[in-house]
Design a protein around this ligand. Structure first.
Ligand code: H2B
Length: 97
């Protein structure tokens, strides 16, 4: 999959306003109601990551999850990162986060 250029990244970011750009990554923090819910979110994200064969970096801090997406194979951001970001947003919303 091809890296997105700056213009494409700006356009895609507008569709996932919870995510911020940090160099070659996009990042979001999800605050779950409690630790169990945070882990349930991680499990659902893992399922989607396997479906897409695209895997986020996830840092678990009690009920707060810090997620980072990048396409290492492409050396930057691709459509896959934004596709997974949208799925993560839907999962978080399903869990009240
Ligand atoms: C071979 C396989 O497609 C790659 O290793 C995939 C797996 N999951 C991945 N996930 C992410 N986030 N970036 C990648 O470059 C990546 N590469």
């Amino acid at each position: 999959m091809d890296r997105l250029d700056e213009e494409a990244i700006t356009t895609r970011l507008a569709d996932v306003p919870e995510w911020r750009r940090e160099g070659d990554e996009i990042r979001r923090t999800v605050t779950a109601p409690d630790f169990r819910t945070a882990i349930a979110i991680v499990n659902d994200v893992a399922e989607q990551a396997e479906n897409l064969n695209h895997h986020p970096d996830i840092d678990i801090r009690w009920r707060r999850l810090h997620l980072a997406l990048s396409t290492h194979d492409a050396g930057g951001l691709t459509e896959m990162d934004f596709r997974l970001a949208a799925r993560i947003d839907a999962i978080a919303a399903d869990h009240g986060a």
